[in-house]
Design a protein around this ligand. Structure first.
Ligand code: SF4
Ligand code: SF4
Length: 440
């Protein structure tokens, strides 16, 4: 991948401010300045943000998180910057201040969009924070431990863990054998192209087998593509706009290469919103295929009979991933699947589009120093899950699943955390007669 980003921690202090300001200028500054002018200071966004609610720290008020960046833009790059400097309306920004602001836009923001949903003025603070991260990344100020490091690797190799094509091929082969499921790889023509999340490959490989099992059961024409498979897009959460676009473009091109009609996003939140809302911008025109999150395919297949399941006897609650439900629009689909399975669903307070983040979204799970903040945010979710009385919580995002798993271990939790995708795959009815049969 070309256009290498600045190496973390290597940009001299005197260059950092200029680089950051150029990044803010690109799209954040004017929009943020306008948003700040529209703010009526009602405070509703504060009550929507888990980091403020759990700490009562006024720095974590959503609108405050972009305030320093707005001031910096006004002074350094905005159309009236000269006046701001002349009359001292805003002090000059220092590299030390920029470093201090990492806490505001990385460590204490899940980009969950709860504040954006509640704002009566329609200010999309989550989007502004995403844009502010671009400037920080340009200045080499993405958190080096460890989100920024992963983004650097993704930028250089196309995978946050540096996974090569032969390694991916081998992993697919191994998962297929281990789970007794046919893996279709690099077929020249296929209707459905599923992508993966690196978290699944590393931690939950069973979910990749589950996708294959379900697509085979449906008798679908499908293939993994080794020229565009990893949809994680750590670059998005780190703020690397070039890397983000390259990952997206690679997946779009891979789907087009095999004339796919459906690009299937895995149980991963940010990869879904990137493909659903941003990919057409990267491609430059309408995508020649539809983008579906796996829960949407499950609901569609269960409704039209292409997926048939045995009923289960269990009660459970469902954790909405912010990017799948509120930001992605797939709120009803997982519930339709749970209903088709016969799950006795105990909804949490604030479920669906009003859900609280698990605490790890927006790359926060990948920032080691944010551990205690993350744990505080997780407490809300933990209490809400416990209040349902259900023994199991299902979700459709492996990032959330991992955060819930880690949070549960840290608090000696007795709840079990599961994947909705795997629940469907584990309870498929007799094989669809048109489905492919596993080979040795
Ligand atoms: S909810 Fe909107 S208008 Fe109210 S304080 Fe927050 S950003 Fe401003
Ligand atoms: S996007 Fe979520 S975490 Fe970030 S400021 Fe808004 S409510 Fe808080």
């Amino acid at each position: 991948m070309n256009d290498q980003p600045p190496k973390l921690g290597t940009v001299p202090s005197k260059e950092q401010v200029g680089r950051a300001m150029r990044g803010f200028m690109t799209d954040f500054g004017p929009t943020a300045a306008l948003a700040m002018e529209s703010c009526v200071h009602c405070g509703r966004c504060a009550e929507a943000c888990q980091f403020y609610v759990q700490t009562s720290d006024p720095r974590y008020t959503p609108i405050h998180k972009i305030q320093p960046f707005r001031q910096a833009y006004n002074r350094e790059a905005g159309p009236f910057a000269f006046i701001y400097r002349l009359f001292g309306f805003a002090p000059s920004v220092t590299a030390t201040e920029l470093e201090g602001w990492q806490d505001l836009i990385y460590d204490s923001c899940n980009m969950c969009g709860r504040c954006s949903l509640i704002c009566p003025m329609g200010i999309d603070i989550a989007d502004l924070i995403e844009q502010a991260r671009h400037g920080m990344f340009e200045a080499g100020l993405a958190p080096s431990d460890y989100l920024g490091t992963l983004a650097e690797k993704e930028h250089a190799t196309g995978s946050p863990f540096g996974l090569t094509v032969p390694q991916f091929q081998q992993a697919l082969h191994d998962i297929g054998r281990q789970h007794g499921v046919v893996m279709h790889v690099d077929e020249a023509k296929a209707d459905i192209v599923p992508t993966i999340s690196s978290i699944d490959l590393k931690t939950y490989p069973g979910s990749m087998a589950a996708i294959a099992k379900i697509l085979n059961h449906m008798g679908a024409s499908w293939t993994f593509r080794t020229d565009g498979f990893d949809a994680d897009n750590v670059s998005l959460t780190a703020g690397d706009r070039v890397g983000q676009a390259a990952i997206t473009r690679g997946i779009v091109d891979a789907a087009i290469a095999c004339r796919a009609t459906t690009l299937l996003m895995p149980e991963c939140g940010h990869s879904f919103t990137e493909m659903r809302w941003e990919a057409a911008n990267v491609y430059g025109k309408d995508l020649p295929f539809r983008v579906m999150q796996i829960t949407e395919l499950l609901a569609e297949g269960l409704a039209d009979g292409r997926i048939r399941v045995n009923k289960v006897t269990q009660s459970a609650t469902y954790h909405d991933a912010c990017q799948v439900s509120r930001r992605g629009g797939a709120t009803a689909a997982p519930r339709a699947s749970l209903q088709a399975l016969g799950v006795d669903l105990h909804e949490m307070e604030d479920s669906g589009d009003s859900n609280w983040c698990c605490g790890g979204g927006g790359g926060v799970a990948l920032i080691n120093r944010a551990k205690s903040l993350r744990a505080k945010a997780f407490e809300i979710k933990q209490h809400q899950i416990e209040a349902t009385g259900a023994p199991t919580v299902y979700t459709s995002c492996s990032g959330c699943r991992q955060t819930l798993d880690h949070g549960g271990k840290a608090t000696a939790w007795t709840k079990s955390v599961g994947s909705l995708l795997e629940l469907v795959a584990d309870n498929l009815a007799v094989d669809n007669p048109t489905a492919a049969k596993p080979k040795d």
